[in-house]
Design a binder for this molecule. Structure first.
Ligand code: TRP
Length: 349
C-alpha cells in the first residue's frame, strides 16, 4: 500500500465559528472529506490549547465545545468519515509534547511569528505563561500523533506547521524515522485565506466585535453587512470607488459565484462587471451590500437549518465527540508507543 493520506486539523473552542473560519478552512475540510481521497480524517476541538490563554476561564472553553461541534456538523462534516475529537481526552498528546520539548529551543519559540504576535495582542509582555509559550510544541504533538500528512489551515497557522516539521525532522534524525512530516493545505483564493473583519481590520476577532458568525440570525447578518467598512472616499454614488481594502468586495471575492447574479442582481453577469462599475463610479455601496447579503445567505441558510435541527439533541452531539475521542486515543497511543520505542524508554516490551 502507498503511504496513507491523513488529515488532521482543528480549532480552539473559544467561541462559535465565523465566516472567516468557514471560507478559510471549514468549507475546504468538507470538500476534502467528500473527495474520498483521504484514508483518515481527524478534526480536533483543541480545548487544552484554548486553555493556554484562557486558563482562568474554563467555563468559556467548556461551553464552546458543543458550539464548535454544532458548527462542524452543520457545515457538513460527517462523523462517519471525519473523526471529531476533544484534545484533552487524549493524554498521549501531553506526553508527546513533553518529549518533543527537548528538541525545541526557547529562542526558536520566541521567533515563532504567530507566538510573537499573540504575545503582543494579549499584552503578556514579559509575563508569558509557560503553557502558552510552548503551545506550538503541543500543536506539533496534535499533528504528529495522527501521522497527519495534510493539515488544512489558514495562513496564520503556517509558522505552527513549520515548527512541527522541524520537530519531526529533529526527532527522526535524533532517534528513528517514526514521525511523518506534514504539509499545510492553504485556501485556494487570497480572500478566503484572510477574510477581514466587518470593520475592515485584518482579522475577525470576537473581542473586536467584527465577526459574522455562522449561527447569527439573518437579521443580525443583514445589519452587520449594512454597516460594513467599504471605501471611505466613496461618498456620493457618482464617485469612483476603490476595491483596495474594501471589505464588501473582499467578501464577494470569497463567497460570490458568477451564477448568483442571474437570481440576485441580473443587471450584471459576473463579479468583474460589478467591480468595473464600482470603480468607474455610479454604483452605490447599499446596492452592493444588499447583494452580498443575498450571496452570503445562499451559502449560510442550509447550514443554519441543519444547525437548528442538531441543537435539539445536544447529548447526541456529545456522544459523537465521545466516540470520536475514543477512536482518536487509540491512534495517538499507537504513535506514542512508536515514539517511546525510538527513544528507548520501552522497558517492558
Ligand atoms: N491553533 C489552531 C487555531 O488556533 C488550532 C489547532 C490546535 C490546530 N491544534 C491544531 C490546527 C492542529 C491545526 C492542527 O486555530
Amino acid at each position: 500500500m502507498s503511504n496513507p493520506k491523513i488529515i488532521l486539523t482543528g480549532d480552539r473552542p473559544t467561541g462559535r465559528l465565523h465566516v472567516g473560519h468557514y471560507v478559510g478552512s471549514l468549507k475546504r475540510r468538507v470538500e476534502l472529506q467528500n473527495s474520498g481521497e483521504y484514508d483518515e480524517i481527524h478534526i480536533m476541538i483543541a480545548d487544552a490549547q484554548a486553555l493556554t490563554d484562557n486558563f482562568d476561564n474554563p467555563e468559556k472553553v467548556r461551553s464552546n465545545i458543543s458550539e464548535v461541534a454544532l458548527d462542524y456538523l452543520s457545515c457538513g462534516l460527517d462523523p462517519e468519515i471525519s473523526n471529531i475529537l476533544i484534545q484533552s481526552y487524549i493524554p498521549e498528546l501531553t506526553e508527546l509534547t513533553f518529549y518533543y520539548s527537548n528538541l525545541v529551543t526557547v529562542s526558536r519559540l520566541q521567533r515563532n511569528p504567530t507566538v510573537k504576535s499573540e504575545i503582543k495582542m494579549r499584552g503578556f509582555n514579559t509575563s508569558i505563561p509557560v503553557g502558552f509559550f510552548t503551545y506550538p510544541i503541543s500543536q506539533a504533538a496534535d499533528i504528529t500523533a495522527f501521522k497527519a500528512t495534510t493539515v488544512p489551515v489558514g495562513e496564520d497557522q503556517l509558522p505552527m506547521l513549520e515548527q512541527a516539521r522541524e520537530i519531526v525532522r529533529s526527532f527522526n534524525s535524533t532517534y528513528e524515522e517514526v514521525l511523518v512530516e506534514p504539509d499545510a493545505l492553504l485556501p485556494e483564493n487570497q480572500a478566503c485565506s484572510r477574510l477581514p473583519g466587518t470593520d475592515g481590520k485584518a482579522k475577525m476577532s470576537k473581542s473586536l466585535g467584527n465577526c459574522i458568525y455562522l449561527s447569527d440570525e439573518p437579521e443580525d447578518i443583514r445589519k452587520k453587512i449594512m454597516s460594513m467598512f467599504t471605501d471611505p472616499n466613496h461618498i456620493r454614488i457618482e464617485d469612483p470607488g476603490s476595491l483596495e481594502g474594501n471589505t464588501v468586495f473582499i467578501y464577494l471575492d470569497a463567497f460570490c459565484k458568477d451564477d448568483m447574479f442571474a437570481e440576485h442582481l441580473p443587471e450584471y453577469s459576473c463579479l468583474q462587471e460589478l467591480k468595473d462599475h464600482y470603480q468607474r463610479g455610479g454604483l452605490g455601496d447599499v446596492k452592493v451590500k444588499k447583494f452580498l447579503y443575498q450571496v452570503l445567505m445562499e451559502e449560510l441558510s442550509p447550514i443554519q437549518a441543519r444547525r437548528k435541527e442538531l441543537e435539539k439533541d445536544i447529548p447526541a452531539v456529545m456522544e459523537i465527540l465521545r466516540q470520536g475521542s475514543i477512536a482518536a486515543r487509540e491512534v495517538a497511543a499507537s504513535t506514542l508507543d512508536d515514539v517511546k520505542r525510538a527513544m528507548k524508554i520501552n522497558y517492558f516490551d
